[in-house]
Ligand binder design. Structure first.
Ligand SMILES: [Fe+2]
Ligand SMILES: [Fe+2]
Length: 367
């Protein structure tokens, strides 16, 4: 198909989404390998590539209900639904174990669907970084990340398709976040938004599912994906720590505001309303019961995930110099909402190697 016969807008809406990138592509003529830490990271990325066909056992039998029933931690959506069912007048008051298990399966499909769509967004963001970053070492590294994210998209799509059934659409919240990054004219904002914010979020979400699931294929798949993601965060930290040294206070303030938007002002959760539709429940009718039910639950259920996220995010942002720039503007904003408890952790540029499950498995196999 040539550009002359792009599908009309009705067809475009159904199967693809068009995004216009406002950033300029950069060709560089300096091929010197001057950034030693990025060279190390690139070499590491090449040696820890894994093959999604031969290194994962796709013959594993997966029973979706067992996936829910055998999980070591109850699914938060199911826990919330059980609480909502107990509220007087609840539209799901008659639900029994069978329905709650079915909801658990749908909730898992919804999470894996968001992982899959997010990974496609990560693949495109990494490709944008290849095109827009002004350093050859970063272009090389981002190329390996593009391959990693292709593999992640592919394995989540395959797991959903071959083991669980129909995927869900991308949540509007996640779609909006990633679209903004792909459109932005400043190359470092794609880095900051993807490598630092969304990758930290993904590491927390994958880690939570990895700890909870007993299913060996999903467990190994998540472990290998996380090994790659830790490198991606490290790439963001190493690159931006250098770039931000030379920005003005006003430019740094823009980046600090971006992080405040991404963490505080923009607190919408990635819910999947379609999940409730598939269960035959009208979410508008159910919502007040979910909210009421939530008040009866141990609130730590809701904060565990956020802890995982901020424990990664805060040390990485500190390493970029963004916590303390402009008289600690970001630090003060985050202190107001209680996020600063995580300031003491290691940043990922230092500890990514400890997550390299691929290298660990290979070392064990040859030992
Ligand atoms: Fe990924
Ligand atoms: Fe990634």
């Amino acid at each position: 198909m040539t550009t002359m016969d792009l599908p009309d807008s009705a067809e475009v809406d159904a199967s693809i989404k068009l995004i216009t990138d406002n950033a300029q592509r950069i060709f560089v003529w300096n091929y010197d390998r001057s950034r030693g830490q990025l060279v190390t990271l690139y070499n590491k990325a090449m040696s820890s590539q894994w093959n999604s066909i031969t290194e994962l056992d796709w013959d594993t039998d997966v029973d979706p209900e067992r996936l829910v029933l055998d999980a070591t931690q109850p699914n938060i959506t199911v826990t919330l639904a059980r609480a909502a069912a107990d509220v007087p007048g609840s539209p799901i008051a008659s639900w029994g174990d069978a329905q709650f298990t079915e909801l658990g399966v749908e909730a898992l499909k919804a999470s894996l669907s968001q992982f899959m769509h997010g990974e496609q967004g990560a693949m495109m963001t990494a490709a944008k970084i290849v095109e827009t970053v002004p350093w050859i070492d970063a272009k090389y590294y981002a190329s390996t990340q593009t391959m990693d994210e292709a593999r992640h998209t592919e394995v989540f799509a395959k797991y959903l398709h071959t083991k669980l059934g129909e995927a869900y659409p991308m949540s509007p919240f996640l779609e909006g976040q990633i679209t903004d990054l792909l459109e932005d004219s400043r190359w470092d904002i794609a880095y900051l938004g993807m490598q630092i914010v969304i990758e930290s979020l993904a590491l927390a979400a994958f880690g939570q599912m990895h700890r909870s699931t007993q299913e060996p294929l999903l467990k190994k798949l998540l472990r290998y994906v996380m090994a790659d993601e830790a490198r991606h965060v490290a790439f963001g930290v190493l690159s931006l720590a250098e770039y931000y040294q030379d920005l003005s206070s006003a430019e740094l303030k823009e980046r600090q505001d971006f992080l405040i938007d991404a963490t505080i002002r923009n607190k919408a959760r990635s819910t999947t309303p379609e999940m409730w539709e598939r269960m035959g429940v009208n979410l508008d009718v159910l919502m007040p019961f979910l909210l009421e039910g939530a008040t009866t639950l141990d609130q730590s259920l809701f904060t565990t995930f956020e802890h995982g996220f901020f424990a990664k995010l805060v040390p990485n942002v500190r390493k970029l110099g963004l916590l303390d720039a402009n008289d600690g503007y970001l630090r003060k904003e985050w202190e107001k909402v209680g996020i600063m408890g995580f300031d003491t952790g290691d940043d990922t540029s230092a500890d990514y190697d400890t997550y390299d499950a691929v290298a660990q498995d290979r070392a064990a196999a040859t030992a």
